[in-house]
Design a protein around this ligand. Structure first.
Ligand code: PLP
Length: 380
C-alpha cells in the first residue's frame, strides 16, 4: 500500500542536490541539517561534516564571516545577528567578569550603552576617555585592563582613530585592541592589517548597503574568532541565513557604492563648508587613498530652526540609520546618542543643531541643491 496523502505532502523535498551548480550561493533556509546514520551524525563531532544545526553554523553565515575576513585581511570571521552582537561577541572573546576596558568616549551611542550598562552588569567595567589624547588612554589603564576599544571613524563626528598609536599602546601594555570599522568599511581601511586584534562591523550599514538587513561581523585570528563564535552560539546571537545571503549580495557592490558615495560626500562637504548658516562641517581628510567616507556631519548655526530644517528636506528622509544607497539624515541627539547624559553629550559635542548626513549614490548636484534649499527654508 502506498503512503497516505498526509505523509506524502511533507516528504516532497528535492532528493538530489549534489549536482545542481547554482551560480549564486543557495539560501540554506533551514534550522538544521540531516544525517543518514548515527555514524554520520557522530562524524559531525569529529569534523567529517560541517553543519549540524543553524545556530551553531550555516553555509550562508559562514560565507559572510569569511568574506569580511578576506576583505579585512584577517584569517577568520563570524557573522552575528547585529553590529551590537558582533561587538559583544568580540569583547567577550577577550574579557570576562573582573576585567576592565578602556574605550573611546565618542563611540556610537549603542556601543557606549553596551559597555556602560550591560557589560558593567556582567562585571566588566569600562572607563571612557578621549582617544585623541594617548596620555589620557595610558592613564586609564589599570592592572585588570584587558582591552582598548574604539572606532576607526567615530559616530557622528568622524574623528579618525590613530590606529598605529592604539596598536603600539596595546603592545606596550600587553592589551587586546578592538575597533569598529563600520563607517570606514574594509574598502577604505583595514585595521587588522595594522595590528588590531579584533575588527567589528555593523553589516547593517555599508556591507549590506541597502537598509534591508540587520547583521554584524567580527574578524580576527582563528583563536579569538573561535571564542567569539562560541559566544554567538551560546548566547544565541546567530544571524539568519537569508540575512547573511542578502549581506553577501550587498558586499559585491560595496566598492562601487563607496566610491560614488564618498565622491558625493566630498562635494556636499565642500559646498556646505561655504554656507554661512552651517557652523561646522565634520568630514575627514586623508582617511584613505580611496576616499574619505560617505558620512558628513554638520552643526547648523543658531539662525536655523532645526525642526524646519528636518521638515524641508524633500526626498531626503529622516532615518535613524545610515549607509543605504539613498541620501538620508539622522538626528544624533534624538536617536543614537539620546541615552548619554547631558554632560556626556556636551563633552563630545552633541547638541540640538547637529545633523548626521548619510550620502547616497544619487547625483551630487541634486544632493547639494536639496540641502542648500532646506537650510535656506530653515532660517528664521
Ligand atoms: N557601530 C556603529 C558605528 C554603528 O553606527 C551602529 C549602529 O548604528 C552599530 C555599531 C550597531 O549596529 P547594529 O544596529 O547593526 O546592531
Amino acid at each position: 500500500m502506498g503512503q497516505s496523502f498526509e505523509t506524502k505532502i511533507v516528504h516532497n523535498s528535492l532528493k538530489q542536490t549534489e549536482n545542481i551548480r547554482s551560480k549564486s550561493t543557495p539560501i540554506y533556509q533551514t534550522s538544521a541539517f540531516t544525517f543518514s546514520s548515527l555514524e554520520e551524525l557522530e562524524g559531525f563531532y569529529h569534523g567529517e561534516s560541517p553543519y549540524l544545526y543553524t545556530r551553531t553554523g550555516n553555509p550562508n553565515t559562514d560565507e559572510l564571516g569569511q568574506a569580511v575576513a578576506n576583505l579585512e585581511g584577517a584569517p577568520a570571521g563570524v557573522a552575528t545577528s547585529s553590529g551590537i552582537s558582533a561587538i559583544l561577541a568580540g569583547i567577550l572573546s577577550v574579557a570576562s567578569t573582573g576585567d576592565h576596558i578602556v574605550a573611546a568616549e565618542d563611540i556610537y551611542g549603542g556601543s557606549h550603552h553596551l559597555l556602560k550598562q550591560e557589560l558593567n552588569e556582567l562585571g566588566i567595567e569600562t572607563t571612557f576617555v578621549s582617544f585623541g589624547d594617548v596620555n589620557e588612554v595610558r592613564s586609564a589603564i589599570q592592572a585588570n585592563t584587558k582591552l582598548l576599544y574604539s572606532e576607526t571613524v567615530t559616530n557622528p563626528f568622524l574623528r579618525v582613530e590613530n590606529i598605529k598609536a592604539l596598536v603600539q599602546l596595546g603592545k606596550k601594555y600587553n592589551l587586546y585592541t578592538m575597533v569598529d570599522n563600520t563607517f570606514a568599511t574594509p574598502y577604505l581601511l583595514n585595521p587588522y592589517l595594522e595590528g588590531v586584534h579584533l575588527v567589528a562591523h555593523s553589516a547593517t550599514k555599508y556591507l549590506g548597503g541597502h537598509s534591508d538587513v540587520t547583521a554584524g561581523v567580527v574578524v580576527g585570528n582563528e583563536e579569538l574568532i573561535m571564542k567569539a563564535r562560541q559566544k554567538v552560539v551560546n548566547l544565541g546571537c546567530n544571524l539568519s541565513s537569508f540575512e547573511a545571503w542578502l549581506t553577501c549580495r550587498g558586499i559585491k557592490t560595496m566598492a562601487l557604492r563607496m566610491e560614488r558615495q564618498a565622491y558625493n560626500a566630498q562635494q556636499l562637504a565642500e559646498s556646505l563648508s561655504k554656507n554661512s548658516h552651517v557652523k561646522k562641517v565634520y568630514y575627514p581628510t586623508n582617511l584613505s587613498t580611496k576616499g574619505n567616507g560617505a558620512i558628513v556631519t554638520i552643526e547648523l548655526s543658531e539662525s536655523c530652526d532645526i525642526h524646519r530644517f528636518f521638515s524641508s528636506l524633500g526626498w531626503v528622509t529622516i532615518v535613524p540609520t545610515l549607509a543605504g544607497v539613498e541620501t538620508t539624515v539622522s538626528y544624533p541627539l534624538g536617536t543614537s546618542h539620546r541615552a548619554l547624559s547631558l554632560e556626556e553629550q556636551q563633552k563630545i559635542g552633541i547638541n540640538k543643531q547637529v545633523v548626521r548626513i548619510s550620502i547616497g549614490i544619487e547625483e551630487a548636484e541634486d544632493i547639494i541643491k536639496q540641502f542648500e534649499e532646506a537650510i535656506q527654508l530653515s532660517i528664521f
